[in-house]
Design a protein around this ligand. Structure first.
Ligand code: ASP
Length: 340
């Protein structure tokens, strides 16, 4: 690896506080008919194998996913359809820990979790521990739209997906060489299970509707049917038109115990916090002191404000607004801003 690059990364990591908060705030009242979107592709520590090329690859795919959402929202499509379409793209991209490219559990099997929520009516759909559904987020949406339930697991969720004509794949479809190397290192105790690569999207559409979607392979090396925060409504995924849409990524056990996504909504709702205050409070004052491997959240509120907050070395992220501003970031402080 290029030495200058390693040095510049180390400088970025150690020269300032490790806690990162990035807010794209609307200074005036949100224009009527405006929209906003944010996406993440996981958070975690900076891997030792990280290179400039790898960073560019992540940026490319985050921007491609973002473009899908931007196009849909600018045409007036719903935030619900937009967050789903973005997450499908990221599930199909082998770089991320969701769909193709998902991590292995300790037994060498991929078990996937996903959830989606509609802020306009508080409907939600989630699945967990599935081994053969190509695009878990699509089945989560079908749980929401076509059943009286919110959360299906394992074989039952797969049976439902088949019934609904969803694409079923062999478990090996999700495998990549990177994930094989990663689980081998974990088994040999050379690497700790480290969250990185979960995907999520939150959006506000032109009609003022908020939606959130998150999809993951969970924590690498997980055991015994472990389920993380992602499919638990209010922990890793939440949307409510009165407050905010949130998607989380990180050490899921902490997100569950702190009910992170709902807590951000509750601080806005009950205490009148701004999105920025609520997101910072939860990540820096509640999650950070708990230790663990940390993580982050992306959120969009009902005014179109965006927050991207993380307490790790890296969060893959991108965002856009109807004003034409958009951007992408991987490491802390390396955001690139664009204007269309
Ligand atoms: N939150 C996910 C989980 O715990 C992992 C991640 O975001 O990388 O399952």
């Amino acid at each position: 690896m290029n030495k200058t690059f390693i040095v510049s990364i180390l400088l970025m990591i150690f020269s300032s506080d490790i806690l990162i908060s990035q807010s794209i705030t609307n200074n005036q009242a949100f224009e009527k008919g405006g929209w906003a979107i944010a996406i993440h592709g996981g958070a975690g520590s900076v891997p030792s194998s990280f290179t400039i090329e790898k960073k560019a690859e992540y940026e490319k795919h985050l921007l491609a996913a973002l473009n899908i959402g931007r196009e849909m929202l600018s045409k007036g499509e719903s935030s619900l359809d937009a967050v789903q379409a973005v997450v499908v793209y990221l599930e199909d991209c082998p770089l991320f820990n969701a769909g193709k490219g998902a991590v292995f559990n300790i037994d060498g099997i991929h078990e996937l979790d996903a959830a989606i929520m509609d802020g306009s009516n508080l409907k939600a759909g989630a699945i967990a521990g599935v081994r053969d559904i190509k695009n878990p987020i699509k089945t989560a949406r079908l749980v929401m739209d076509s059943t009286q339930h919110v959360f299906l697991i394992g074989e039952g969720a797969s049976a439902f997906a088949k019934l609904m004509g969803q694409e079923i794949v062999e478990n090996s479809y999700f495998s990549t060489k990177e994930r094989v190397d990663q689980i081998n290192k974990i088994k040999e105790n050379q690497e700790k299970p480290n969250p990185r690569g979960t995907v999520g999207c939150v959006a506000l559409d032109k009609n003022g509707n908020l939606a959130a979607a998150t999809s993951t392979g969970g924590m690498s090396g997980k055991r015994w049917g472990r389920v993380g925060d992602v499919p638990i409504i209010g922990a890793g995924t939440y949307a409510n038109n009165n407050t905010v849409a949130v998607s989380g990524t990180g050490h899921g056990e902490l997100w569950i115990r702190r009910v992170v996504a709902f807590d951000i909504s509750a601080l806005i709702d009950y205490k009148g916090y701004s999105l920025e205050q609520a997101a910072n409070e939860v990540i820096f004052n509640k999650i950070d002191p708990m230790g663990g491997s940390g993580g982050g959240i992306i959120a969009v509120d009902k005014y179109g404000n965006i927050s991207l907050v993380f307490n790790t070395g890296l969060m893959n992220r991108a965002w856009a607004k109807s004003t034409g501003e958009y951007g992408v970031g991987i490491l802390k402080g390396d955001e690139k801003f664009f204007k269309k």
